[in-house]
Design a protein around this ligand. Sequence first.
Ligand code: GDP
Length: 210
Amino acid sequence: MTDDAPTPTRLFDAATFIKSAPRLTDIGEDAGAEVAFAGRSNAGKSTALNALVGQKALARTSRTPGRTQMINLFGLGGEKEEARYRLVDLPGYGFAKVPQAVRRQWGEAMGQYFAERQSLVGVVVIMDIRHPAKELDQQMLDYAASRGLPVLALLTKADKIGFGQVKQTVARLEREHPLPNGQWMAFSGTKKTNVREARQVIAGWLTDAG
Ligand code: GDP
């Protein structure tokens, strides 16, 4: 981070909603720097985003699984139009009911986005700490790794299990799924565990790039 780079607090406390887009090709100009948030539906992605920006309802928590399939864009640092720093909230994956063809299309679009988007500087993969590193999560981690993008593997709902179990799970994942350019981190949107640490990681990626 350079000396005059905005602090994590300044970036996240001034988050604004930019827009929702139906497709990754509609998310806007490939300029500035953005961090993508991916996760299985119901993993706690919206709750994590809201905890990170310190707002109750910037990202909509999903009441009806499968309903919110839009991509949501948030600007950081108080900028809105053509925001220099952005968070990209990708649709939750893993619905049993989504037809195979739609899933394949989505997979291809994601592959292309991860491979080609120049302003993408890092990926946050949100997983329920009780069910981490499922196949599609692994695919997200692999997409990021294949581009050499840094990854934050956020194990949310850590408040739902004991402290010892949290430590054990993180240690096991570090051993079994090492992230060469990333890290596993326990998190709780509800209890705000590691909000400051996650903000620091993400803000570092953004300000280093832009
Ligand atoms: P999304 O579909 O990934 O955006 O998941 P949501 O953020 O909507 O969360 C799904 C459910 O998990 C909701 O009932 C949340 O209240 C709950 N939840 C999310 N994060 C946490 C957390 O850190 N701790 C606890 N206890 N519950 C959480």
